[in-house]
Design a protein around this ligand. Structure first.
Ligand SMILES: Nc1nc2c(ncn2[C@@H]2O[C@H](COP(=O)(O)OP(=O)(O)OP(=O)(O)O)[C@@H](O)[C@H]2O)c(=O)[nH]1
Ligand SMILES: [Mg+2]
Length: 244
């Protein structure tokens, strides 16, 4: 079994983080890294409490709200340095079910380098608790990114996923610049470009019932531009190669 690190980014998740930690710790295969961005509601103290209580829990405290993307990159680098072989991304607001973790690990063991927990497989929508506007934004956003980038993945923005060590080592993490959920699109794109195996598995996503969403217009804007930015980068690369 691969040494697996579940990275939990947190910003003000005091009510849900302990529940998520307990659910993960009940399964032996997984260590935890909480990446907290100076939460103001006591989340960092809760994380520190669990770190002292169980050696499978680790905490990275950052100096302010620097964004989901850089939180994951910091978490990946932390885990790569410590020899982890599989890396899970998971929200700390109970939207993702910790009982699904072994299914991701199974797929990595079978040879996939990126396993995405999809809400939109087989033409269905497995989301509980979203209003129509939010659903439309996510569904349309996925079709849009998938079409522009030419990647046949049903849920590129999903934040419940697993990477093999090989997948992360194949990407220059320092150039991954997205902050919000665009980060998920960007990472999918980089893995796709390295030619490694991407697999989707169905999940059920539950909208948070506690705490506050960090979704903003800025995050949506960033995700709208990203596919074009990535495509423009390809053109630039092509141009440079022709010149040289
Ligand atoms: N460390 C860190 N964590 C963040 C940041 N922004 C969001 N998160 C965490 O990332 C996870 C996903 O963020 P959410 O606000 O739930 O975003 P979302 O799931 O797209 O939005 P909702 O469906 O409305 O909850 C949660 O665990 C957040 O606490 C950030 O800037 N830094
Ligand atoms: Mg959420």
């Amino acid at each position: 079994m691969r040494k697996t690190l579940v990275i939990l980014p947190t910003f003000n998740e005091k009510d849900t983080l302990p529940v998520v930690i307990i659910k993960i710790l009940s399964q032996e295969a997984f260590d935890i890294l909480v990446v907290d961005d100076k939460s103001t509601d006591g989340t960092a103290e809760i994380a520190a409490h669990w770190q002292g209580k169980d050696k499978r829990v680790n905490v990275l405290n950052r100096q302010g709200k620097l964004g989901l993307g850089t939180a994951y990159v910091a978490g990946f680098m932390w885990g790569l340095e410590r020899g982890y072989e599989c890396f899970m991304e998971m929200d700390s607001d109970l939207s993702h079910n910790a009982a699904d973790l072994p299914r991701f690990l199974d797929e990595v063991e079978k040879g996939s380098d990126l396993v995405i927990g999809s809400r939109y497989m087989y033409g269905t929508i497995s989301v509980v608790g979203w209003d129509f506007r939010r659903l439309l934004l996510s569904r349309f956003g996925n079709l849009y990114a998938s079409f522009i980038l030419g990647i046949k993945v049903s849920d590129m923005t999903s934040g419940f996923r697993a990477y093999s060590r090989k997948a992360l080592e194949g990407i220059d993490l320092n150039i991954v610049g997205s902050e919000g959920y665009a980060f998920q699109i960007e990472m999918t794109y980089h893995v796709f470009r390295t030619g490694l195996g991407i697999k989707e598995i169905p999940i059920i996503f539950h909208e948070r019932s506690k705490g506050h969403s960090k979704m903003s217009k800025k995050i949506v804007r960033e995700a709208s531009w990203l596919p074009w930015r990535l495509r423009a980068g390809e053109l630039k690369g092509l141009f440079r190669r022709q010149q040289g």
